[in-house]
Design a protein around this ligand. Sequence first.
Ligand SMILES: CC(=O)SCCNC(=O)CCNC(=O)[C@H](O)C(C)(C)COP(=O)(O)OP(=O)(O)OC[C@H]1O[C@@H](n2cnc3c(N)ncnc32)[C@H](O)[C@@H]1OP(=O)(O)O
Ligand SMILES: CC(=O)C(=O)O
Ligand SMILES: [Mg+2]
Length: 326
Amino acid sequence: MTFHKSLCLITKNSLLQRIIKENIQISKRWYLPRRALMYVPGDDTRKLNKAFKIDVDCIVMDFEDGVAANRKEVARNTIRKLLENGKPVKPRNYDWAIRINSVPSGLCKDDLEVILTADSVPDSILLPKVDTVSDIQYFTDAVNLYMKHDKQINLIMYIETAMAMINLPELCNSTINLSKSSKFRLSTLIFGSDDFCANIGITRTNESTEILYARQKLVLVAKAYGLQAIDMVYIMYKDFEGLKKQSAEGARMGYTGKQVIHPAQVPIVQDAFMPNQKQIEWATGVIKAFEEHQKSGKGAFNYDGVMIDMPTMKQAQNIINLVKSV
Ligand SMILES: CC(=O)SCCNC(=O)CCNC(=O)[C@H](O)C(C)(C)COP(=O)(O)OP(=O)(O)OC[C@H]1O[C@@H](n2cnc3c(N)ncnc32)[C@H](O)[C@@H]1OP(=O)(O)O
Ligand SMILES: CC(=O)C(=O)O
Ligand SMILES: [Mg+2]
């Protein structure tokens, strides 16, 4: 039986439909796929044109660290023109996003004015170097001041300092509360590992064990708040084996995607964050077997020598949700 036929059989079943519906409601926010989130310097028209020809889940037009200090105004003008023309159409939907400058940079408010007063606004705004709740309050006030469109924007928040890592649950809580009186909603956390290392004086290694605690904490808190978690950039952009290894590691840790800086990184990363055929077949089989065992009154059962019960069935469902979302 093909994968799609077996998926249809699964979703026709009523008990499973209920479980799937609950699981989808919980995880809907995670599954606007952002497997690869690709940065494009906002002042570089050649790269911007190229970006829209690439099959990538999320394009981030950058105002921040990919743009030199003396080119910030060029980036603002370039992106403003793009916004006036509306979201470029691509063969499939994607996240049209902008990374603004941080609150402490003093550029954040003017960036938001340029973006939010344009004829069309992006799907997502990425706010870097969030440290404290007052940064989010500042962002909320600026959005409330400038945003006239009847659209909800996704907020993607960077965690890239020691202070942010310590404040993380409080930051998520306060941001979700502040968003209730504004036109944004917190959808995602990003691990800004390069700034994080600079901030706390870490010396990097290929194994990345020196940032393991922070990397795991971010994904843990993100999932506790029902958010997507985007893993760190792999800056050795010509080393594809290393990228593949680090992407698979992030996916195993529960990250939903990874930042990329070069088009050649995109397919490797998108593959790593997409379940493979073996995982899809496993998930399909588990869900089917789970349903059969539920009918015969068994909550836990043996499947290929492994004990399956509700948590594993939910993991199987996560796989199916992801496949259906892309
Ligand atoms: C820690 C952080 O904050 S990460 C985020 C900030 N950093 C960035 O945004 C960096 C983004 N990436 C880049 O600027 C570049 O990829 C670099 C500087 C790393 C390498 O640039 P190049 O030497 O030009 O790469 P290369 O020659 O291999 O590029 C091949 C093609 O891909 C294009 N390209 C490269 N990177 C990108 C990109 N990010 N987006 C779109 N197109 C790109 C190039 O323009 C080139 O196209 P062309 O042949 O039509 O001119
Ligand atoms: C991506 C980014 O901003 C960082 O690693 O610092
Ligand atoms: Mg950074």
